[in-house]
Ligand binder design. Structure first.
Ligand code: CTP
Length: 403
């Protein structure tokens, strides 16, 4: 964090006492921390605490302009390499989501072009309130980063989700942000996500359980790292991240066409989509009417998109995914070689917390020489960060694609 300016926005909740520890840890890590408090935050902990810990004056009042040569909120907004709001109350989240600027912190938040990281802290029901959820989704879709609150005993007496993330966790997220940011600048990354849909007739189709979460986490991490991201998406159960070029497809054939027509323009291809291996031999124009007791559905093989990419790649680094239920390493290495991937991320879908629909995954990453990294069970966001870090390292080294 050396040489980085972090504007720490402190809004008013009991967790302000934890923000003091955060301020201290960020300063100790080498950051130039500039604190902005809301009036209510200053009623929980005195500004002097933050001034002493950050060794800088604390800003509270927009009209308290001490330095005639600068406008303070613009100066802070411009200086920031990162803005961290901790704790972030429902109120400051609502203000930022709606563009309100009625105090020093909210005004600076609108004036800055730096990335913003929000660590919410509030009562469990407030955190789950549709209005708060809606505001957080709005902010996330604009690229605001969130550090989820913890679950446990809350100061208000309730037990549940809403406790400010621990200062150590916030520091780790900040460190990760600076490590990652700009690392994929100038690179074009294409990610496929979700399940393909193979139509039987106009109202029926074959699909699978893929939620799209892993691919979306990868796309989101690639955006964070400065890449230009194209997301080719089948059927998913969660909304896609912001800041990507989104291409919706249904069938494996449509996904193949969408990917192959864009292959040359991309540096990295990550194939997380769960592609149907078979499709109905024919697609009925009209809804199939029931008649006989049995109905046979004939299926034919779909093209293998990853294999086709492997055959046509030139400079691209190609990453495949594999969901397995047994002999993970052997099947993974076989797939990697057969489909000429540079990296293959394999997971055992029988393991609890890994695979379809979950927010976590346990991935073993392979290259042509064997195991690169065995990731224990972690969030899909963390898997995405780790995977893209390996990708970035390989691009930086100028690794040539596996033939
Ligand atoms: N894949 C693909 N096109 C297909 C099938 C799979 O591009 N028609 C890609 C997936 O996106 C994934 C990788 O291949 O990145 C592995 O998918 P998986 O379903 O595990 O592999 P299959 O080749 O279908 O192998 P099998 O069904 O024999 O396990």
């Amino acid at each position: 964090m050396n040489g980085k300016t972090i504007v720490l926005g402190v809004s008013g909740g009991i967790a302000v006492y934890k923000a003091a520890a955060l301020c201290s840890k960020l300063s100790q890590a080498g950051a130039d921390v500039r604190v902005i408090m809301t009036e209510s935050a200053a009623r929980f902990v005195t500004p002097l605490t933050f001034q002493t810990l950050s060794r800088s004056e604390v800003a509270i009042d927009t009209f308290d302009e001490k330095e005639p040569s600068v406008v303070q909120h613009i100066d802070l907004a411009d200086r920031a390499d990162l803005v961290v709001i901790a704790p972030a109350t429902a109120n400051i989240i609502a203000k930022l989501a709606n563009g309100l600027a009625d105090d020093m912190l909210s005004t600076t938040l609108l004036a800055t072009t730096a990335p913003i990281m929000v660590a919410p802290a509030m009562n469990v029901h407030m955190y789950a309130h549709p209005a708060v959820e809606h505001n957080m989704r709005t902010l996330a879709s604009r690229g605001v980063l969130f550090i989820e609150p913890g679950t446990g005993q809350l100061a208000c007496g309730y037990v549940g989700k809403g406790r400010l993330a621990e200062p150590e966790e916030i520091v780790r997220a900040v460190e990760q942000h600076f490590r990652e940011s700009g690392r994929l600048a100038g690179k074009r990354v294409l990610v496929t996500a979700g399940a393909t849909v193979e139509r039987i007739d106009p109202v029926r189709y074959l699909t699978n359980d893929s939620s799209g979460k892993m691919g979306f986490a990868i796309a989101e991490a690639a955006v964070r790292m400065g890449a230009q991201v194209t997301l080719v998406v089948g059927r998913t159960s969660v909304p896609p991240p912001a800041g990507v070029e989104l291409i919706r497809v249904e069938s494996a054939q449509q996904m193949l066409d969408a990917v192959m027509s864009r292959l040359a323009a991309h540096d990295v291809i990550v194939k997380t989509a769960a592609v149907a291996d078979y499709r109905p031999a024919s697609q009925e124009e009209h809804k199939i009417k029931k008649s006989a007791d049995e109905l046979e559905l004939k299926l034919v093989r779909n093209p293998d998109i990853l294999q086709t990419i492997g055959q046509h790649k030139t400079h691209q680094l190609v990453v495949g995914f594999a969901a397995e239920t047994r002999d993970l390493d052997a099947y993974a290495m076989d797939k990697l070689r057969r489909k000429r991937c540079d990296l293959l991320a394999a997971n055992d879908v029988t393991q609890e917390g890994a695979g379809f629909g979950t927010d976590t995954n346990a991935v073993r990453l392979f290259d042509e020489h064997g195991l690169v990294e065995a990731m224990p069970l972690m969030t899909k966001r963390e898997v995405a960060s780790r995977l893209l870090t390996v990708i970035a390292e390989r691009l930086e080294k100028g690794a040539s694609p596996t033939r």
